[in-house]
Structure formats: C-alpha cells, structure tokens
Design a protein around this ligand. Structure first.
Ligand code: ARG
Ligand code: ZN
Length: 876
C-alpha cells in the first residue's frame, strides 16, 4: 500500500542494468506461514553500464531478511541499506557471489503475486514484478540468468516442480523430501515458477520435427484429472502448428502445465512450466461450454507460443510488453483460425476490440500499445497492449504478405535469440528481411486512440472514373493532442450491380490493399461502366473506424453479395446499428417504437438461408450488444439503449417465431459431443433460436427450454437452457432451475463459476439485492478472482441494465467492492474499478453519480498503487 503518491516510471529513463546475474541458485523450504528462501547469486558488473562500481540494488517487497553474505563473508546490517523497495549494497569488486536468506508468508499472500497458496497448493506468479516478493533480486526482464531450484517440502506436497529438467531428488532426515530443477536457458526472473502440491497428472509425448521426444504433463487435483484431454490435444496441435507456420521447435525435454484455482489472469508462460487458471485449462463435455473449449485451445496455444515469442526472445523492459503479447496474440489468433472457422474467429476478435478496446482507447487510461509511462505495470496488461498490439502485428503481416512476414519473423528470432529486446527490434527485423521502410508505420507504437477514416466517393459517368476520398483523423487522448497520420493498410473491393467483384488492376484482382499514409488521399479507379458499391476495410485490415454513408439498400446488398465474409457480417452490424439508433431517438423523443421492417425481412432471409454457414447466421442474429451501442454513442443514454435493444429483440422474436421454431427443431439433433467448428456453429445457432423464442416468454418456448434443460447431453446446451429459464421464465421456474443446476454441480468449481456468472449477468435476476445475496452464497469467495469476475465483474461489465440503474446504486456497489478488494488483491481491485471510470461518456445524471462513486474510492484512505493510478487518472 502507498503512503505517498506513487512514482511514475518513464520509458525515456531506461538505463541498462548496473549488474548482471549469471547464475541464480534458489533453495526453498515450504511452510504455509514461514517459507525459508536461500538465494545464491553469481553477479558481475555489466560491461555496457560504464565505469565505476555503483551500489548494487536488489528489489524486494514484503520480505523478512535474515542474512546477506558477500563472497562468503557475512555482512552486518550496517554494511547495506534496507529500503522500502529493496536492498542497496555497496560493492568493491566487479564480480562476486551474494547469498541471501529471507522468509515469506505464502498463506497471507492474497495478492496472488509472488509465492502463494491456492487451496492447499503452493504456486507462483512472477510476471511482471512478482519475483521481488519471493527474494531480493534485480527484478527486471533484461537481467537474464541460469536458474537452479531446490524445493524442500513435507509429504503433504509430493509433487515439487520448477523450470527446466529435474536433476535430483531425495529425502531429508526429518521426513521431508526435496527435488532439484535446472533450467539450461538463461531467463528473466518473471519466467521463474514453482509448484508444490498433492497433484495428479496426465502424460503424453510429442515428437518434434527433428525427431526429439518431449514429455508433456498436465497437473491438477485428483478430482479434475478427467478434464485434461482437451488441453493436451490443444498443446500438441500448438506444437505442430508452430513448427509448420513459424519453423519453431520446442527446446526442452519436458513441458509441464499446472491448473490453479486462484489466479489473477488467464495463464502464465513460465519456462517449461506453464501455470494456468483452472478455468483456462480444464474441460469436459459435461462441464464446459463450447466457448470454454475454444478459450482453452487458444490460451494453451498462446502460452506455448510464448516459448519463442516471449521466452527465447524476451522484453528489454515492461514498456515493450506488446512485443511479446501483441505478437503472441496474433499467433494464437491465427492458430485458432487455422484449426476452426477463420471468419468466425475474426468476427469474435473484432467484436471484442470494437466494444472493449475502442472504449479503452477513448477513456481516461488510453495509452499507445507501447506506453510512455506507468505507475503500476500490472495496469497495462490491457486490451490495447494485447489485442490492438495483435492488430498492429497483423497489419505488418498484411503489408508484407505471409512469405515476407515469415522472413521477418525468422530474422527476428535468429537475430535476437537469448536476448531482451524492444518493439523497435521487431519492426527493424521485418524491414531488414523485406527491404521496406516502416518509419511511418511505427506511429502505431507511439500514438494512442482509435483512428477514424471518413470515406466519400465520386463517380463520373462520362469518363468511367471512380474516386474514393479517404480522410484520416485520430481523437485526442490523455497527454497526446496532435496526432500524425498513420500508415494504414486498407483492404477493399468494388461490387458491380450484379454483386460481382470488379477487376481493379491489370492482373484482374478484385481486392486491393490500399496504403493510406496521408491525412487526405484520393484513390482512382478507371474504366467503370456503372457506379460501384465499395466494400471497405475488408477483414478489418486495420484497427480503425470507417465512416461511409451506406444506405439500407446498399447494406442489404453487401450482406448478400460481398465476397468477404467478414464484411457481410459487418454490413449486418451497420444495418442493426442504424435500426437501433432510430429506436433510441424515438425513445428519447417519447414516440412509439417501431423496428424497421427492412431489418425484419433481412433477418428472416438470413435465418432461413441454409447456404450460409450457421456460424455466420448466428453472429448476424445476435444484435450488437448494449456495450457496443454505448461505445458508438457520443454520449451514453443507458436507459434508451436498454429500451431500444429490448424492443428490437422482442419485435424480431415475435415476427420470426415460426422461422425460429423451424430452425431450432432442425438443429436440435442428438450426436456425441465434439468441439469442432461445424458442431459448435450449429449448437450456437440453435441456442440463439432458443433464446429468441424465449424472449416472447410464451409457454411453448419456455417448455422447449425446460425440455432442453432436463435432457441436455453437454454443458453448452445445458447452460443455454439455464440462461433462457433464468432470463425469461417466471420466477418459480427460474428459481427451480437455479437450484437444480447448483445441486447437480456444486462440487465442480468451473460449473459453479458459470452458474454465478449467469445470474449476475441477467437483467432479470441480477438485481443488486440478488448480487449481494450471491456474494453470501457458499459458492462465492472474495479471495478468488474467478468468483469476483463472475459475480462483481458479471454485474458491472455484462449486466448493462442493472449496473446502470438511474439511482446510481450499481456504481456505489462497485465502489464498495473496489475498496474491500484493494486490501486483498490490488490487481483484481484495479480491474473491478474500470466500469466506473468512464463517467465522462455518460449523459444526464448518471455521469455525476458515477463520478461520485469514483471519488468515494479516491477518498477511502490508503490505496494500492494499482487502484490509485486508475482512479487518479480517471478523475483528471
Ligand atoms: N504473460 C501472461 C500472458 O499473457 C500474462 C501474465 C500477466 N500477469 C499479471 N499479473 N500481470 O500469457
Ligand atoms: Zn501472453
């Protein structure tokens, strides 16, 4: 906790480390309340740091120090300085061995950073700056060292794991046991990991392209051992994929994954020992939904891919976080696209970006993918660094083509293997391998905010010349007023009146990637016989907003004719946004609401179109969420948004009731569960039909839901039925389903989380009183981030209606939770506060009420650095 205002760290202040650590030997004696840590560091002066011998500084937080020894000689406490943030030790030699003995308290560590206990298992989370909560160390990613780790523990913890290869094990005289691990690859401390527990594991073997055998193990509590198959399959797919697409082979003889119930994020790529949030690794058809299966595949891939993009080549400093995260998210997205439906994956990713990352880029914490400064780096594990970062890498891929990009990534890995580097090094490798100049492109790394492209066009019938006029601009963001033009790859095509693509160059291509580099640019196309219809930003080729004044007819035409699947969906979104805006305005003016009849006709055609991929039909049927409508609003009128969307869904479901029934029945086929793209798509469309049917609240529809609830053979169908009953059933039926479901699954942590989330997200059941009651339920635990995300996060981020209650009670509730959580887990508190930080975007009284709640957090006494940074920046 902070007693003074926290310091800001600046990128421009980066200096190379004064000292390097060649070897790190760690020795742990695990005890819940007092764990002993003995560290032996082989240290030398960094030749790149200049002359002289400055004092050695070691980071250390919440540590009990017992002794420091330098080259075998014990130092007295006057020989060094113990500061709040670490140790400063005067040094007389350029090379020496430092030994430190300290202790820590894993049981009391509720921050889930450093070494902590989850249920009865010891585990670690060191990224970004958690290693300093284990022992005194130069805790920065540009200090890379070879680690050996010995773990001593009682018999209650038979499985003792760390990075690399096991090189020894045995019994101590007192009955405890020990295991020693050695990691041959030098690594920064943030990639260190330790696990100890009573765990079981599943095992498999992967043979690499060059024929090396790698042992694969997934560890979990005994009760979850049946939930590891999907992760194991995903891991093997990821290993193969990285060989085929990037030429990257795994480099140790063993790769371990551990599932942990208490975890701040999704998972962590520690060398050879990935640690996962249980929710991101454990699955079985009975207990996990399709989206859980897909999430697991992509996160297992993501962490595995980090072995090259993150571990073999790591970050010089935390400002470079997107170097590994943006690149790795791009890699995992392509992995998922290759294994499943490419178009659906893209639609899902773009939806996340547009609703949540765009909101971040327009809010008080907006930052470039490579930030210039931070108070607490944990606050910068954001959608901007991850998802927008991935879009920036994707743009390089688009500009260079797949082969050029591969040449660039080969050069990057070869040039920087074993090093801690920068985003600049990544871009330079791409340039050097392709002889291109990405000078202007680099602005994507330094400028925040979502660029806007205003597009207009002209057609001259007499000459057959068609012009696209593109103007780019970028809104002001905190500390960045004036923006320079971005280099934007703009994929586009032109459709003729039959819906065919028009040839745009001599080679006959019907799609071009235009390169936008100026604030205003005109692109000319010759020899056209009629005015074409432009299809713009195909595949979402850049993270920007495109404004072009499409008519409803034009959007309908694109929805049925565009050769780009993504843009067919995008046209449906534009169409739906228009309809919803009309409804919103009508509501605000007190007029009666009417859903545009064209929209109903279009949706009927889509729903009945059996040629279309059901996955695409499903994505179109889902109207834009309240949050994405809010993101598009200049000033958010929450009540009008809820009214408009609720009305649109009701009107659609009433108008399409027969078609919905028909498709539901046709898709409701029994078959053994498999999480393949086709089955997932069909289940998804079926369950969207069910939901729409239930929107009418007719007895028929609810019977269907009840029947599906009673007979479902997998969690996807079961959860969808539960959701329908919760949201649309009468209280008695809803109540009954909620109880039945809980009774059936109360022993299963992952299903219980889903059960909590469904209630918290429900506009009907997730009232503030019910949320408070849920928090008293035995299934809830404030110290478990997954439970907090399910209930408090579900309410604040996914229950638009109840959270935005006009009396401001939703905001006050969130403020209370932030204040309570900050004492336990600052990283989680600092995420929970986000929904009440964007008060400036609200219209009417909600803005003031939200600000008041935020001010209350600000004045609640000592805040962590994490929460202080977010709150103070949001009140500016
Ligand atoms: N590197 C991890 C991943 O993206 C994220 C870990 C971040 N953890 C944290 N507490 N900030 O795969
Ligand atoms: Zn990552």
């Amino acid at each position: 906790m902070q007693d003074t205002q926290p310091n800001t760290t600046y990128l421009k202040d980066y200096r190379v480390p004064d000292y390097l650590v060649d070897n790190t030997d760690l020795h742990f004696e695990l005890e819940a309340k007092v764990t002993q840590v003995r560290t032996r560091l082989k240290i030398r002066r960094n030749p790149k740091a200049g002359d002289g011998l400055p004092p050695l500084f070691l980071d250390g937080v919440d540590l009990q120090l017992f002794s420091v020894t330098l080259d075998g000689i014990a130092l007295s406490s006057t020989d060094y300085q113990e500061l709040p943030q670490g140790l400063s030790i005067p040094v007389e030699k350029p090379e020496f061995v430092l030994e430190i003995h300290n202790s820590i308290n894993p049981e009391e560590n509720t921050s889930l950073e450093g070494l902590y206990l989850s249920n009865k298992m010891y585990c670690t989370q060191c990224e970004a700056e958690g290693f300093r909560k284990i022992t005194f160390y130069p805790d920065r990613p540009d200090v890379m060292s070879k680690f050996t780790t010995t773990i001593v523990a009682s018999k209650d913890h038979p499985v003792l794991l760390s990075n690399g290869n096991e090189i020894g094990r045995g019994h101590c005289e007192d009955g405890r046991q020990f295991v020693t691990w050695e990691d041959p690859f030098p690594k920064p401390a943030y990639l260190f990991a330790l696990v100890a527990g009573n765990l079981e594991h599943v095992e498999d073997v992967f043979t690499t392209a060059r024929g090396r055998k790698v042992k694969l193990q997934i560890f979990t509590e005994a009760k979850n051992i049946g939930k590891c198959d999907h992760a194991m399959r995903s891991l093997k797919n990821a290993m193969r994929w990285d060989e085929e697409v990037y030429g990257r082979e795994y480099d140790l003889d063993i790769f371990m994954v551990v599932a942990v119930d208490h975890f701040n994020m999704g998972a962590m790529e520690n060398k050879g020992l990935n640690i996962f949030n249980s929710a991101c690794v454990l699955a079985s058809p009975e207990t996990a939904t399709d989206s859980a299966f897909q999430r697991i595949e992509s996160i297992v891939g993501h962490e595995y891919f980090h072995n090259w993009s993150g571990n073999r080549v790591t970050c010089r400093d935390w400002f470079q976080l997107s170097l590994k995260e943006g690149f790795t998210v791009f890699r995992d997205a392509e992995f998922s696209a290759d294994l499943n439906s490419r178009a659906v994956k893209r639609i899902e990713d773009v939806t996340l970006l547009r609703t949540n990352q765009f909101a971040e880029d327009a809010g008080p914490m907006a930052h470039p993918i490579r930030p210039d400064s931070y108070m607490e780096i944990s606050n910068f594990y954001t959608l901007t660094v991850y998802e927008k970062g991935a879009e920036v890498v994707r743009m390089i891929h688009t500009l260079l083509g797949a082969d050029g990009f591969r040449k660039g990534s080969d050069l990057y890995f070869e040039r920087h293997d074993g090093c801690a580097v920068t985003c600049e090094d990544f871009v330079r490798a791409m340039e050097d391998a392709n002889q291109v100049d990405l000078t202007q492109f680099r602005r994507w790394y330094s400028q925040a905010g979502t660029p806007v492209l205003d597009v207009t066009d002209q057609f001259d019938e007499s000459t057959g010349v068609y012009r696209l006029i593109v103007r780019q601009s970028c809104p002001v963001t905190p500390e960045q007023k004036d923006k320079l033009p971005f280099h934007i790859p703009f994929a586009m095509g032109l459709l003729d009146s039959t819906g065919s693509g028009i040839a745009l160059d001599k080679a006959g291509s019907t799609q071009l990637v235009l390169e936008i580099t100026e604030s205003e640019q005109v692109f000319e196309f010759n020899g056209l016989r009629e005015r074409p219809l432009p299809s713009l930003l195909r595949g979402f080729s850049a993270p920007v907003k495109v404004r072009y004044d499409y008519s409803l007819e034009q959007l309908l035409f694109l929805m049925s004719h565009d050769s780009d699947t993504f843009n067919r969906w995008d046209a449906s979104q534009r169409f739906a946004f228009k309809a919803m805006n009309q409804l919103q305005s009508a509501y605000q003016e007190g007029l009666s609401l009417e859903l545009s009849p064209e929209l109903i006709v279009a949706y009927r055609n889509i729903l009945l179109n059996k040629e279309l991929d059901p996955a695409l039909v499903a994505e179109i049927m889902l109207l834009p969420s309240e949050h994405s409508i809010a993101e598009e609003s200049v000033s958010i009128d929450a009540e009008a948004i809820v009214a408009a969307r609720t009305f649109a869904r009701k009107s659609l479901s009433c108008a399409l009731i027969d078609e919905l029934k028909e498709r539901y029945a046709e898709l409701d086929i029994e078959r053994p569960y498999s999480p393949n793209a086709k089955d997932i798509a069909e289940r998804r469309l079926k369950n969207i039909c069910l939901e729409y049917l239930c929107v009418t609240e007719s007895a028929d529809a609810l019977d269907l839901a009840q029947c599906q609830f009673d007979s479902a053979g997998n969690m996807t169908d079961s959860a969808a039925a539960l959701s329908a009953l919760i949201n649309y059933g009468n209280d008695q039926y809803a109540e009954q389903a909620i109880h039945q479901f809980y009774d059936r699954w109360k022993e299963d942590t992952q299903v219980t989380e889903l059960w909590l989330a469904q209630q918290a997200c429900s506009a009907k059941r997730g009232t503030l009183n019910n949320i408070k009651a849920l928090m008293q339920h035995p299934a809830f635990e404030l110290k478990n981030p997954n439970k907090v995300r399910a209930v408090i996060g579900g309410f604040a981020n996914r229950n638009f209606q109840q959270f935005h209650k006009n009396d401001g009670s939703g905001f006050e509730f969130v403020a209370d939770q932030v204040i309570a959580l900050d004492k336990l887990n600052p990283q989680v508190a600092s995420r929970v506060v986000i929904p009440i930080t964007r008060w400036k975007k609200y219209s009417g009284e909600l803005a003031g009420k939200m600000k008041a709640a935020l001010l209350r957090v600000s004045n609640s006494g000592e805040l962590s650095k994490d929460v202080y940074e977010v709150v103070s920046k949001s009140l500016v």
